[in-house]
Write a protein that binds this ligand. Structure first.
Ligand code: SAM
Length: 239
């Protein structure tokens, strides 16, 4: 089921009205401090990523009891025993993709939709897959409310990717996989980049995979801890 769709093939230019409206919410000062203290000070240098994280209202993607913590340095619950990741880890993953605004991106694990919104700021078109219908539906509502019109969200097993929309210039997997899902690598275009946490449930390593001459070139990045990627090419459903 595709919850939202967007026009294809348009050249995206910044929407300054939307940006300034978003910048002036009641959390804008906290958001700016998050960017300065948690991201810039820790070595995030991609100015497009920093600008997007200054704009996208993370508090809109969590429910009321957690809004006041939205710009703190930790993950937050989003329902279905899932979390929206710590801002710093989101920034590391986005920076690793080196997006320039012209890409078609696949995201596996929509969750709250926060990273989806950031991807919509950073790329041309975003396709996102979430296994929980409740999360996909609420993420889609927030994404539409914030006027991100080049995002499509689908409910399903993201370990299979989204073959009808492949190939992708970049793929981000926001849950821990036992190995790089082969279907996702197959849907990455030649020269494309994929970021995925790989490893057992208690600790993983972020891996950046570039597709060169049809094969993977792997760079191991930080240690991390994500919720599991559950699916045919991921972990089994918990009992
Ligand atoms: N990026 C999200 C955000 O900004 O809120 C956080 C994602 S959360 C860490 C990981 C998400 O992956 C969860 O919502 C989980 O339900 C989802 N997930 C796990 N296995 C999946 C699969 N096979 N296909 C799609 N989504 C999956």
């Amino acid at each position: 089921m595709v919850l939202g769709s967007s026009p294809h093939g348009c050249l995206v230019v910044p929407n300054y009205n939307k940006q300034s409206a978003m910048n002036n919410d009641r959390y804008s000062a906290e958001r700016q401090s998050m960017v300065d203290a948690q991201l810039r000070a820790r070595g995030i240098t991609d100015e497009r990523v920093l600008a997007a994280m200054t704009r996208v209202p993370r508090h809109e993607f969590v429910t009321e009891p957690f809004r006041r913590e939205a710009y703190e340095d930790h993950p937050l619950p989003i329902g279905e025993n899932q979390t929206v990741s710590q801002p710093y880890i989101v920034a590391i993953m986005l920076q690793a993709l080196r997006l320039n605004g012209f890409e078609r991106v696949l995201e596996i694990g929509t969750g709250s939709g926060y990273q989806t919104g950031l991807l919509a700021e950073l790329a041309r078109e975003v396709f996102s897959v979430e296994r929980y219908a409740s999360l996909a539906t609420s993420a889609d509502e927030v994404i539409r409310r914030l006027n991100y019109d080049k995002v499509s969200i689908r409910i399903g097993d993201g370990t299979q990717g989204w073959p009808e929309k492949a190939p992708f210039d970049a793929i981000t997997v926001t849950a821990a996989a036992p190995r790089v899902p082969p279907a996702l690598f197959a849907q990455l275009r030649e020269g494309g980049r994929m970021i995925v946490p790989v490893g057992p449930a208690y600790a993983q390593e972020l891996m950046l995979i570039r597709k060169e001459n049809a094969g993977p070139v792997i760079t191991k990045m930080e240690g991390c801890r994500f919720v599991p990627l559950i699916g045919e090419q991921g972990y089994s459903e918990p009992n």
